[in-house]
Design a protein around this ligand. Structure first.
Ligand code: PPS
Length: 555
């Protein structure tokens, strides 16, 4: 089966069925098996139908897929670096056979396209991950994405488009490839450089994109990759704010909905094909920047001549203080004072609510960033004390609670180990399973408190690292998570033995006792580690307060 109709230099593929046929397709689709497209599939289908993946007319069949993985080419020799497959569940695949049709619908059930089933096969996903990412380690996001498709079936076949995917936001910034080509023609732009990024555009990227495009004699298409998700609205508003600082006559902003596939040169070349199809003559990106590609220059050089679009990876511009300007590294005088300011520094200043230099970003972008990442002083947070029984967790937690209440501002809730076990976890014992349930409950309550801008103080033993990480992940999306290891040594805890539990544990009367007959996994990188031996409770509480002040949680 071939999905190709024409070589690159031909006109744009348009897979939308003529008006007269769409009514018939909608009617026929009522009796076809249906597949509800995932978010990434929605983006891919949209590009496929509108010619962004020209010359493809549909999803790859097995032979095309295998050759793409092995040789970056389709069966007929056309250069194509990335497999485009339609992956569906085995349950839906069972309702299909070669020659049948499959209705492709959005999440609301709207019929977007029909695919004529040319082939059905179950690929080896580990081999796919290996070919694309050189690894099968699921810690790699690309590998994880491929392995998550294990058990799905690929449908190869030609696509007929029925309706466009409906967008309700930023509609003026979304353009099909043909629309972009028309815009360029209307403006008389014969050379267009697409600037690729996935991160906000700050002054450094603006200077780079503008200068590099102008050196090429090209107009500029800001073509950021966007994905549906929590950050979508925020990111697009940042792009809109940055756009105001580009010259109007030579710059256009258009959103490119493509799922990330961090497969090095393959991804760059795949995106370059899309941009070529959009009518661009060049593609620019900031090498190594936050929203950049991670591509091997050799592989890029080897394959880039397969395309008509010219690729340019640009070294990041640097801010030279005495010139008050961003310059390409080659133009920076050897003795120049350079002001480094990276993404990490930006995040730190946002968290702490401190000033962001005006040479780094635009006022509109800064406003957006501050809204998206409120300063720590405006966020809720959780103080998560962990340590052996008798280490002093509860005593410190109570002192810290009192001082925070004295300070005022946010509501404070103490979730002490013993208290929680009395009220929230009274049915639980001390097996690993029960301890984990207990910690999850504490984590859930603390995340709700944090979400609502309060302060949660937790003081359980929480002996297992995995559960502490789980709780961190539950809380960090909403506010601060400060893990405090109360690292009082076992001998000291046992010497104190306020409740007489260690004696009972040593005598075998209490089983599964943490530190004696049950494990305690020490935190590797807590925000704070405090050994209380020889310290008064106020001194320890003071260390916690210093941390909170240093990180801007309290002022
Ligand atoms: S855990 O592991 O986080 O679920 O434990 P936690 O909810 O903090 O409960 C610890 C308190 O329970 C008492 N206790 C025990 N601790 C550890 N192991 C065993 N087997 C055990 N049995 C009872 C003990 O008083 C702990 O209180 P703290 O305040 O830590 O001394």
């Amino acid at each position: 089966m071939t999905t190709l109709i024409q070589p690159y230099k031909g006109t744009l593929v348009d897979l939308f069925a003529p008006q007269a046929r769409t009514a018939a397709l909608k009617e026929q689709a009522l009796s076809m098996p249906s597949w509800d497209l995932t978010f990434p599939q929605l983006g891919e289908l949209e590009l496929l139908k509108s010619g962004g993946f020209s010359p493809l007319r549909g999803y790859l069949g097995q032979a095309d897929y295998e050759r793409v993985l092995a040789e970056w080419r389709l069966q007929d020799g056309t250069f194509w670096p990335m497999p485009l497959t339609l992956d569906i569940s085995a349950a839906v695949a069972e309702q299909l056979e070669v020659g049948a049709s499959l209705a492709l619908r959005d999440l609301e059930g709207v019929l977007l396209a029909v695919v004529k089933v040319g082939e059905l096969w179950a690929p080896d996903r580990a081999a796919e991950a290996q070919a694309l990412y050189g690894s099968t380690d699921s810690a790699h996001p690309g590998v994880a994405r491929v392995l998550a498709k294990s058990g799905t079936v690929c449908v190869g076949g030609v696509v007929e488009g029925v309706e466009s995917r409906s967008h309700h936001s930023f509609v003026a910034l979304r353009h099909a490839p043909a629309e972009l080509r028309a815009q360029f023609a209307k403006r008389g732009w014969t050379k267009v450089a697409a600037f690729h990024t996935r991160a906000p555009i700050h002054v450094a990227q603006q200077k780079l994109a503008q200068r590099e495009a102008s050196e090429l004699g090209a107009s500029l298409l800001l073509h950021p990759l966007i994905e549906d998700g929590e950050d979508y609205y925020h990111r697009v508003r940042c792009y809109r704010a940055a756009l105001e600082h580009f010259p109007r006559q030579t710059t256009l902003l258009s959103l490119q909905a493509l799922p990330a596939r961090p497969a090095g040169a393959r991804e760059v070349l795949w995106h370059a094909i899309v941009r070529q199809n959009c009518g661009c003559s060049h593609m620019l990106w900031e090498q190594g920047g936050a929203g950049s590609y991670d591509a091997d220059a050799e592989a890029l050089a080897q394959y880039s001549e397969q395309l008509d679009i010219e690729l340019r990876a640009c070294a990041p511009y640097v801010y030279v203080e005495e010139r008050a300007a961003y310059l390409p590294p080659a133009e920076v005088p050897a003795d120049a004072r350079i002001r480094p300011f990276d993404e990490q520094e930006l995040q730190r200043r946002l968290r702490e609510g401190t000033e962001i230099p005006e040479w780094f970003t635009f006022p509109g972008v800064e406003r957006e960033l501050r809204m998206r990442y409120p300063a720590n002083s405006e966020l809720g947070f959780t103080l998560f004390f962990t340590g052996l029984s008798g280490s002093g967790k509860s005593t410190i937690a109570k002192a810290v609670q009192a001082k925070l209440l004295e300070l005022g501002g946010r509501p404070v809730t103490l979730l002490d180990g013993d208290e929680v076990r009395k009220h929230l976890s009274s049915e639980l014992g001390f097996s690993k399973e029960h301890r984990n349930i207990n910690i999850r409950r504490i984590g859930y309550v603390a995340s709700e408190i944090t979400k609502n801008s309060g302060i949660a103080i937790c003081a359980p033993i929480a002996p297992y690292a995995a559960l502490r990480s789980e709780v961190r992940a539950m809380i960090e999306p909403y506010g601060g998570f400060i893990e405090i290891h109360v690292a009082t040594p076992l001998e000291e805890c046992e010497r104190r033995d306020r409740k007489g539990l260690y004696a009972k544990a040593r005598a075998g009367i209490i089983k599964e006792f943490t530190g004696i007959s049950d494990p305690y996994e020490e935190p590797q990188t807590p925000e704070l580690r405090i050994d209380t031996t020889g310290l008064g409770v106020d001194e320890v509480a003071q260390q916690v307060f210093l941390y909170l002040e240093q990180h801007g949680y309290i002022t």
